[in-house]
Design a binder for this molecule. Structure first.
Ligand SMILES: *[C@@H]1O[C@H](CO)[C@@H](O)[C@H](O)[C@H]1NC(C)=O
Ligand SMILES: *[C@@H]1O[C@H](CO)[C@@H](O)[C@H](O)[C@H]1NC(C)=O
Ligand SMILES: *[C@@H]1O[C@H](CO)[C@@H](O)[C@H](O)[C@H]1NC(C)=O
Ligand SMILES: *[C@@H]1O[C@H](CO)[C@@H](O)[C@H](O)[C@H]1NC(C)=O
Ligand SMILES: *[C@@H]1O[C@H](CO)[C@@H](O)[C@H](O)[C@H]1NC(C)=O
Length: 353
C-alpha cells in the first residue's frame, strides 16, 4: 500500500503547534507574577514541607519594557513583609489594661476564618483563669483574609463584640506576613499594655501549660528576658521550593542570631516596646521567629536557654504527668485539646516525681 503524505500536510500540524507554543510563551512572559498566598497561622516545625508551586521572582522585569519611569522596578522582594508601614487596627481592644495590669499577655496567632480554633483555645490553654491568682490577658492576632476580606468582616465583628479578644490590622493574612502579626502584637503591648510583666506568643496548634510556665520560670518578674526552644547556628533556607524560603534579597546573612522557635515563646513585657522600636529601623524578614532574634541581636540582648524538654518543637504523645511538667508541645490541634483538657485540669494525684 502506498501511503504518501504531502509535505504540506505534514508541515501543517507542526506549524500550528509552533504557533500555539509561541502564544503560550508570550502569555507566560506577560503574566504578572502571581503567587497563591498560603494561609497563615502555620507552623515553624515541619520545615521539610515544600510550599507547592515554586515561587519565581523576576527582579526588575516589571518596569523593563520601554519606559522605565512608568513602573520602577520593585526594591522590596515580594516575600518581604512591607514594613515599617502604618497598618491600621481594624479590630482593637485599646482599654484592656486600663483597670488592671496583667501579669501575662497571651498573643495567639490564628487565621481570620479559624473561629473554631479560637473557640477551642478559649476553653483550653487560652482560658484567662487557667492560672489561679495570676492575671492573664488573651488576645488573638489576625490579618485580613486574602480572599474573603469583606465576607468575613461581619463575623469577626460579632466575635470581637462577644469576646473582646481580637486584634486585627489591615495587612494580608498570609504565611509570609506572619512577622507583621507578631509586630502588631508588640505594637499593641507597647502602646496599650506597656506594664505587663510578660508577653507570650503562641501558635494555634500547640499544647500550652501556662501554670507551669508562670510558676517555674516567670516569678519573680525579669527584664530583658526571652525564652523558648532556642535555635542556634541556623540560617535561612535558600531553596525556593520550601515554605520557609528566605531569599538573599530579604536576608543576606547566611546565619541567624539565636532565636526562639515560633510555636511558643515568652518575653518580658519591657522587651515588647524595645522590639517594636528596633523593628522600625531594621529590614523585616518573612520568618517571624528568626526576626525576633534579629531584633534582640540589634538590641544587644541574648535569649535565655530553657531546660531541655520544656518547649517541644515536635509532637509528644499526651501523658498527663509528663505534660504537667512542661510548657509547650507543638502539633496539637485545638479539637484534640478540647478532648484532653478536662482530664488535664483535674487534680494531679497520681504523678510520682
Ligand atoms: C515615560 O514616562 C514619563 C512619565 O510617565 C513620560 O513623561 C514620558 O513621556 C515617557 N516617555 C516615553 C518615551 O514614553
Ligand atoms: C475557664 O476556667 C474557669 C475556671 O476553671 C471556668 O469556670 C470557665 O468556665 C472556663 N472558661 C471557658 C471559656 O472554658
Ligand atoms: C503582606 O501584606 C501586604 C499588605 O496587606 C500585602 O501587600 C502583601 O502582598 C502581603 N505579602 C504577602 C507575601 O502575602
Ligand atoms: C505603667 O507604669 C508607669 C510607671 O509606674 C505609669 O506611670 C503608667 O501610668 C503605667 N501605664 C499603664 C498603661 O498602666
Ligand atoms: C550579618 O553579617 C554581618 C557581617 O558578618 C554582621 O556584622 C551582622 O551582625 C550580621 N547580622 C545579623 C543580624 O546577624
Amino acid at each position: 500500500m502506498k501511503c504518501q503524505l504531502s509535505p504540506r500536510l505534514l508541515l501543517l500540524p507542526i506549524l500550528v503547534s509552533l504557533a500555539l507554543l509561541g502564544l503560550r510563551v508570550q502569555r507566560f512572559a506577560e503574566d504578572p507574577v502571581t503567587t497563591t498566598p498560603a494561609l497563615a497561622g502555620g507552623d515553624a516545625a515541619d520545615r521539610q514541607r515544600p510550599a507547592g508551586p515554586g515561587f519565581h521572582w523576576h527582579g526588575g522585569v516589571a518596569g523593563g519594557r520601554g519606559n522605565a519611569t512608568v513602573k520602577p522596578p520593585p526594591t522590596r522582594h515580594p516575600l518581604q513583609p512591607p514594613y515599617p508601614y502604618p497598618y491600621r487596627f481594624l479590630l482593637n481592644e485599646p482599654h484592656k489594661c486600663r483597670d488592671q495590669t496583667p501579669f501575662l499577655v497571651l498573643l495567639v496567632v490564628t487565621e481570620p476564618g479559624d473561629t473554631a480554633g479560637r473557640s477551642a483555645i478559649r476553653q483550653t490553654w487560652g482560658n484567662e483563669s487557667s492560672v489561679p491568682g495570676v492575671s492573664i490577658l488573651r488576645l488573638f492576632l489576625l490579618g485580613v483574609h486574602p480572599v474573603f476580606r469583606q465576607e468575613l468582616r461581619p463575623l469577626l465583628e460579632e466575635e470581637s463584640l462577644l469576646h473582646h479578644d481580637i486584634l486585627q490590622q489591615d495587612f494580608l493574612d498570609t504565611y509570609n506576613n506572619l512577622t507583621l502579626k507578631t509586630l502588631m502584637g508588640m505594637e499593641w503591648v507597647s502602646k496599650h499594655c506597656p506594664n505587663a510583666s510578660y508577653v507570650m506568643k503562641a501558635d494555634r496548634d500547640v499544647f500550652l501549660n501556662l501554670d507551669y510556665l508562670v510558676r517555674q520560670f516567670l516569678i519573680p518578674p525579669k527584664k530583658n528576658f526571652m525564652t523558648g526552644y532556642i535555635y542556634r547556628n541556623t540560617g535561612p533556607l535558600r531553596n525556593k521550593g520550601y515554605k520557609w524560603y528566605v531569599p538573599h534579597e530579604v536576608y543576606p546573612n547566611n546565619t541567624y542570631p539565636p532565636y526562639c522557635g515560633g510555636p511558643g515563646y515568652v518575653l518580658s513585657g519591657d522587651l515588647a516596646s524595645k522590639i517594636y522600636g528596633v523593628a522600625q529601623t531594621l529590614s523585616v524578614i518573612n520568618m517571624e521567629d528568626a526576626f525576633m532574634g534579629i531584633c534582640l541581636h540589634a538590641l544587644g540582648i541574648s535569649v535565655t536557654d530553657s531546660p531541655w524538654g520544656v518547649f517541644n518543637m515536635y509532637r509528644i504523645e499526651y501523658e498527663k504527668c509528663r505534660f504537667s511538667q512542661l510548657v509547650m508541645v507543638h502539633h496539637y490541634e485545638p479539637q484534640q485539646l478540647l478532648k484532653l483538657w478536662p482530664g488535664f485540669q483535674e487534680p494531679k494525684t497520681t504523678c510520682h516525681h
